[in-house]
Design a protein around this ligand. Structure first.
Ligand SMILES: [Zn+2]
Length: 149
């Protein structure tokens, strides 16, 4: 992917709070296109998130961004009762945060929240979920919705 300073600055402006760097820029660039990209080793096929320049399994530097399915199961579940103000977030009843283990690979996980209409009864560890995109402050944000197993 060609380096482009103007493009990089736009990325930093949109995702400033996330700490954009050379390793994760492709991931955040993908979010602008509503694609969840994660680093994958071109030599052994291992996925890696957060992105690193080198494969932790085979030490290859041949890491490239690829799109994941967004399907997985809830691995970790938290409820935040305080936090920074964010559009559409109400901490009074507990704002759910989920870490989802993606079906691509054991321990490949992504943390976000769930859709506003996620059924309370489905919000539990092990529950099957899939990716959905919402807009927060005008920027696409990957979240999870319930799915039938
Ligand atoms: Zn590898």
């Amino acid at each position: 992917m060609p380096e482009n300073r103007e493009d990089d600055q736009q990325l930093i402006d949109r995702f400033g709070g996330h700490g954009i760097n050379r390793d994760n820029a492709a991931h955040f660039r993908g979010r602008l296109e509503r694609r969840l990209l994660m680093s994958r080793c071109g030599d052994c096929g291992r996925w890696q998130h957060p992105s690193r320049p080198m494969c932790p399994d085979c030490w290859s530097w041949n890491m490239t961004p690829e799109e994941v399915s967004g399907r997985g199961t809830i691995h970790l579940l938290m409820e935040l009762h305080q936090g920074p103000p964010a559009e559409g977030v109400d901490y009074r009843d507990g704002h759910p945060v989920v870490t989802v283990e993606l079906e691509e690979q054991p321990a490949l996980r992504f943390t976000s929240t769930v859709t506003a209409d996620f059924p309370d009864d489905d919000l539990e560890i092990g529950a099957p979920v899939e990716l959905e995109w919402i807009d927060r402050d005008g920027t696409p944000m990957p979240v999870f919705r319930t799915r039938s197993a």
